[in-house]
Design a protein around this ligand. Structure first.
Ligand code: NOJ
Length: 743
């Protein structure tokens, strides 16, 4: 590292124009190898070739080495260029989508996938990834739920931290490590109506209790960068919010890393109606605390004049440039500007067998078994299978972000995997219908009728139907919002016609979001949800279908009964009129046309065996109010435990979940909140005590005006297999120096 002093000395020699270029991120390259300019306005500019600070979406060992060399030859300060890209769930080896990884409920596994992604990307010259997305999501209509770890703050926090650790390790300059940029600060997942980029209204209590914890976890894990979100919050675009990016982020949360705008978000301040032109936009964004403008040119074109007019200070620019150069220094780029870019290593690492093996394991572990009537799964060696469905033979197993760096052609399909697994006596295949893409309304598709006839005839010859359905990947991801989150009509028709064949149907669904599966579930005997499973998706799914790997995934989001139920999430606030019966009740919370709860709750997932739970046992019921020291030290206030038993005849992995409820507080608190879980693998007949420590910070919450508070009173500890478990025990946190009656 060259250190702070040399960085400051370097900055003192930079011109204002050089600083503005350092604060600009370009994308792409010209055919002659020079760097392409910024999106709005400049497309060729030799000054930017020499002085731009970073490049977006640019990778490949040979390309990055060449671009860096050219840049350094032209840059009079020898400041290296930074290559940043979206490595979201793998680089060349695509792991399951982030929502799928979250469904493993195994942050350690996610960390391993991030470490592999970092190693591959680093060999390809990448230094920064725009991951993790730490946005809590509650509305399955929003396309970007596929990039999130779901609806729970605790689960999101664990996964955000795991991704950061996987990318960065302890030392971001170490071989195979890249810097992590947490995004999108803050509340992006709460876009109105699930429409991407739409406005967000979040109150202070919800911001702190629901949306900030995953960001705090990523920061604690040391993430080097942060990206503000596109949307407006209470009318202020995050990119221009000094309250958010300086008041909260820097002053209150102590973040010292680099802040990079989202793509053209600075320029979009004009569209938001808060800035008249690019000059005002640059002023607002730098004033709020943005260090790098991604691909639009407001900074590059205006910072010089803003400074000359005295609207901006040199100190503001120097602080921003210092943060960017510090990031480059932490990556070790001043000593080795190529970092790990190495064509040979790249060749060896990308898609290597060990990486594929981890991808297969992750795909198998992410699949959630939602239904298994009559034990139709696992498939038996003697089963003759009719493999049907538009995704059964498709390589569309990677979501849109994955496709930035990965190739569909490297994917193993379900058909290849089932035919090749050697564990089934016969697999016959028919597509059944075509895969429609709602993003292409003018597309012309082949006639489904003959495809369906062929599939029905095939089903007659077989013992079981394995039907692989789902969404075209374009129908989720950024700007992939949907108003109806059903399976496409032609796929539902296929399922409905096959259900008349009288053969057991195993439906496998691949999608970027929870779909509304009410009818599909009724028509299927078994239902396996496999998200976008990635490069090794076919093998991972086949492993679960054949029982080579037992299903152990759990839902990271509630599954609605219909699109109209969105947003639906388990950790909602109680109403004054709760509906406890599940059936429609007049003047109770819910809908007249369907039950209030989800089709499948958060945390839900079956295994190939059966587990029983004892009642919840607590180590104490009246808990003295902990001292400040005990609170800070994370001391256990009590333990809560159950005895778990595998009652079936197969081994299985059960995810035992602890939820806490604050029965009465100064502010209404969620009906319950996940506070711990443990993945337990038990042999048939085996039983085990599963114990959780309850600490003070599990009981605290953010109370506007007071900060984080711990309040005495009654709490409930629920332990069970999902967020709808009814089994709980109650304990009482005594007042400081008091008894249960507050005396
Ligand atoms: C826009 C997306 O919102 C963001 O998540 C991504 O990192 C950038 N584009 C860069 O590709």
């Amino acid at each position: 590292m060259i250190g702070k002093e040399r960085i400051r000395e370097l900055i003192s020699r930079m011109t204002v124009r050089e600083k503005a270029a350092e604060m600009s991120q370009l994308w792409g390259e010209n055919p002659d190898g020079t760097l392409m300019g910024l999106e709005q306005g400049i497309h060729r500019d030799p000054f930017l070739d020499a002085n731009a600070g970073s490049l977006l979406g640019y990778y490949g060992a040979e390309r990055t080495i060449r671009a860096q060399k050219m840049h350094l030859e032209k840059n009079r300060h020898k400041i290296p260029l930074l290559f940043m890209t979206d490595v979201i769930h793998g680089f060349k080896t695509a792991f399951p989508s982030v929502l799928g990884l979250a469904a493993t409920w195994n942050p350690k596994l996610a960390e391993q996938t991030a470490a592999v992604a970092a190693a591959e990307a680093a060999s390809s010259g990448v230094c920064v990834t725009f991951s993790p997305m730490a946005d809590l999501v509650r509305d399955a209509r929003w396309g970007r739920v596929t990039e999130s770890a779901g609806e729970d703050p605790y689960l999101n926090a664990l996964f955000a931290a795991a991704f950061v650790r996987g990318y960065q390790g302890d030392d971001v300059s170490a071989p195979g490590k890249i810097a992590s940029c947490v995004k999108h600060f803050a509340g992006y997942g709460a876009a109105e109506g699930g429409r991407d980029y739409d406005s967000v209204q979040i109150g202070e209590a919800s911001l702190w209790n629901d949306y900030l914890p995953p960001f705090l976890a990523a920061m604690e894990a040391g993430c080097k960068l942060l990206m503000p979100a596109f949307h407006t919050m209470d009318g202020v675009p995050c990119t221009a919010s000094r309250e958010l990016l300086t008041g909260l982020l820097r002053d209150r949360l102590g973040f010292t890393g680099t802040v990079i705008s989202d793509c053209t978000a600075v320029w979009e301040l004009i569209c938001h109606g808060v800035c008249a032109d690019e000059k005002e936009a640059a002023l607002a964004a730098v004033g709020a605390g943005v260090d790098i403008e991604m691909v639009s040119s407001s900074f590059y074109d205006n910072l010089e004049s803003l400074l000359a007019e005295g609207k901006m200070t040199m100190e503001q620019l120097d602080n921003a440039v210092e943060r960017i150069l510090t990031l480059k220094d932490e990556l070790g780029l001043f000593e080795n500007p190529y970092k790990d870019a190495d064509p040979e290593a790249e060749q060896k690492l990308l898609l290597c067998p060990a990486h594929r093996q981890l991808a297969r394991e992750a795909a198998a572990n992410s699949a959630v078994l939602l239904k298994n009537e009559g034990g139709v799964l696992p498939l038996r060696p003697s089963d003759k299978i009719a493999l049907i469905g538009p995704l059964s033979h498709s390589r569309k197993l990677i979501d849109t972000w994955g496709l930035v760096n990965s190739d569909e052609k490297d994917c193993v399909t379900v058909k290849q995997a089932l035919l090749g697994c050697g564990q089934l006596s016969g697999v016959l295949h028919a597509p059944g219908c075509c895969l429609k893409n709602d993003c292409e309304p003018d597309a012309v598709y082949p006639d489904d009728a003959p495809l369906m006839e062929e599939a029905l005839a095939l089903a007659e010859e077989c013992d079981k139907i394995v039907l692989v359905l789902g969404e075209h990947p374009d129908m989720s991801g950024e700007s992939g919002s949907r108003s109806h989150i059903d399976l496409p009509d032609n796929q539902m028709e296929l399922l409905s016609r096959l259900s008349q064949a009288g053969k057991p149907i195993v439906t496998v669904v691949l999608a970027g979001r929870p779909l509304a599966l009410t009818r599909a579930s009724q028509l299927s005997d078994a239902l396996l949800y496999a998200w976008y499973p990635g490069t090794e998706g076919g093998n991972g799914i086949a492993d679960v279908l054949t029982g080579k790997t037992g299903p152990s995934g759990r839902l990271p989001m509630s599954f609605p009964r219909s699109s109209g139920q969105c947003p639906i999430y388990y950790n909602h606030l109680p109403t004054g009129r709760p509906n406890r019966s599940g059936a429609y009740e007049r003047f109770k919370n819910g809908y007249v046309d369907q039950p209030p709860g989800p089709l499948y709750p958060f945390g839900y997932g079956l295994t190939y065996t059966r587990f029983s739970y004892s009642p919840v046992r607590l180590s104490a019921r009246q808990i003295p109010f902990p001292s400040q020291g005990a609170q800070a030290g994370g001391d256990a206030l009590l333990t809560a435990e159950v005895t778990l038993k595998n009652e079936g005849s197969r081994p299985g992995t059960e995810t035992v979940q602890l939820y806490l409820q604050d029965v009465a507080a100064q502010r209404s608190r969620p009906v319950r909140l996940l506070k711990g879980f443990s993945r337990e693998t038990l042999a048939p007949g085996e039983s085990r005590t599963v114990r959780f420590s309850v600490t003070a910070d599990m009981l605290t919450y953010y109370l506007p005006g007071s900060g984080h508070v711990l309040e005495p009173g009654a709490f409930r500890a629920f332990i069970g297999p999902d967020s709808e478990t009814r089994s709980f025990a109650e304990f009482f946190l005594l007042q400081e120096g008091g008894d249960e009656n507050g005396m």
